[in-house]
Design a protein. Structure first.
Length: 241
């Protein structure tokens, strides 16, 4: 595995202050990575940093407060962050928002969905992919959704953003494969996080964040001859409806 000049392997995780991103942050620390966590929740970032560094004293967790709802800010800040590190070994794009709605959705909510789930996520992908091409290796994992594979009318706009990220990830897979860069889009159904805590499904029936960690481990331990551009993680209770 490649490392930077200080012997560190770096995993950059967006949305790393909560939910799936936070769970995957713990996974990559356990795998020996240092972390670059980017999110808009400053309190959550600080809490995550303190908890991880207290549990793993040898780990390093760098945090950056950036608002994904402002793509112009992302365009300026992400290159500055990347220039501070010789190599980025792993990128996990987990930042996202879930807003229910279809034809009745307000312009403000629709803009937020597109800015956070699509525009800013694609920009991070592009900047990091360019850096990985220069360094000659890397892994990119985008968090999609089964709602992007089979649209759900009650969350039509959200489904559209996730469908776009799935399509973009598969295009990146083809483009970056010759450059020794892995790209895979993880597409879980309902995961037990604060984002899905609306009472519609009992928490014990949802996918656990640890299941996403296990899926990540599965993909990362495939043989050198195997490749996977997308992985769907179903929720049993949803499929039984």
């Amino acid at each position: 595995m490649n490392t930077d000049v200080k012997g560190k392997k770096w995993a950059l995780i967006t949305g790393g202050s909560r939910g799936i991103g936070r769970s995957l942050a713990n996974y990559f620390v356990e795998q020996g990575f240092s972390l670059i966590l980017i999110a808009c929740n400053d309190d959550g970032l600080i809490k995550t940093k303190v908890e991880i560094e207290s549990q793993y004293p040898l780990s390093q967790v760098d945090i950056y407060n950036v608002d994904f709802n402002v793509p112009e800010e992302m365009e300026m800040v992400i290159p500055i962050i990347l220039n501070r590190y010789k190599n980025i070994d792993v990128l996990v794009n987990s930042a996202g928002v879930l807003i229910a709605g279809n034809i009745s959705m307000s312009f403000t909510d629709l803009s937020r969905l597109i800015n956070v789930n699509l525009l800013s996520t694609m920009m991070v992908c592009n900047f990091v992919a360019t850096k990985m091409k220069q360094q000659g290796f890397g892994e990119i994992y985008n968090i999609g959704s089964t709602a992007g594979l089979v649209p759900v009318s009650k969350i039509a706009a959200y489904s559209a953003t996730k469908s776009a990220i799935i399509s973009y990830s598969q295009s990146l897979y083809d483009e970056l494969l010759p450059f020794n860069i892995t790209v895979c889009c993880l597409c879980p159904s309902v995961v037990n996080t604060d984002m899905t805590n609306d009472g519609r499904i009992s928490n014990e029936l949802k996918i656990e964040p640890e299941d996403i960690n296990k899926a990540m481990q599965f993909m990362r331990t495939l043989s050198s001859g195997a490749a996977m551009s997308m992985l769907s993680i179903r929720c049993r209770v949803i499929d039984l409806e």
